[in-house]
Write a protein that binds this ligand. Structure first.
Ligand SMILES: CC(C)(COP(=O)(O)OP(=O)(O)OC[C@H]1O[C@@H](n2cnc3c(N)ncnc32)[C@H](O)[C@@H]1OP(=O)(O)O)[C@@H](O)C(=O)NCCC(=O)NCCS
Length: 178
């Protein structure tokens, strides 16, 4: 599957993306607020194998897509939407550091939210974010999500239990912005 936005193509990952994925997944600054990494090449291979094998699932409930720049075809990151229950889906995103600050994560996340509400038939779309991850908090606000609260020591980041902020948008809230 593919989702086109103004500047991006969200598309299936392939084995050819190994180095581009490894570039961001092995960067300590990029994974600072992620529950994995910095990746070894072995970690990245395992991640890519899992993402590719999930492409064959039917129906697809956990979808990881590469973020490709339409202007030059470069893979600059990845994003994910995972239908975690009948009514809810979780979204996430990650970008190579050199492409931060251009609105790409916001553009990709907006497209995932649209996909979730129009194709996955969910009522809520949510994200969990490290409380210090200001750039991601801003992305979640820009795509219309509301801060619902803090989940105490909800995720393990680099060996430490950390609180996360829970953000979500409801189907009718999203509809109202269209
Ligand atoms: C989070 C991430 C995806 C954001 O990507 P991006 O393409 O740079 O995001 P956008 O450009 O769409 O928006 C970022 C917003 O954060 C703001 N921002 C970035 N750094 C900031 C800082 N240190 N303080 C305040 N605001 C900051 C930007 O100004 C922008 O807001 P604005 O449009 O109102 O000016 C990117 O930083 C990343 O890949 N981080 C590592 C992985 C990660 O943390 N993923 C999210 C896990 S929840």
């Amino acid at each position: 599957m593919q989702i086109h936005t103004q500047r991006l193509k969200l598309r299936e990952l392939t084995q050819e993306d190994l180095q581009a994925v490894h570039d961001y997944a092995s960067d300590p600054e990029v994974v600072r607020y992620m529950p994995f990494g910095p990746n070894t090449m072995e970690d990245t291979k395992n991640f890519l194998d899992r993402a590719i094998s999930r492409q064959k699932e039917e129906p697809r409930t956990d979808i990881e897509l590469g973020i490709e720049l339409r202007e030059d075809g470069r893979l600059i990151g990845a994003c994910r939407i995972n239908k975690t229950s009948k009514i809810e889906a979780h979204v996430g995103y990650i970008l190579t550091r050199e492409y931060w600050g251009h609105g790409y994560a916001t553009e990709a996340a907006k497209a995932l939210v649209r996909f979730g509400f129009t194709e996955m038939d969910v009522h809520r779309i949510y994200a969990d974010c490290h409380p210090d991850n200001v750039a991601s908090i801003r992305v979640l606000e820009k795509i219309g999500m509301t801060l619902e609260g803090k989940r105490r020591e909800y995720m393990m980041f680099h060996g430490e239990f950390c609180d996360t902020l829970l953000f979500a948008i409801l189907q009718h809230e999203w509809q109202g912005t269209q």
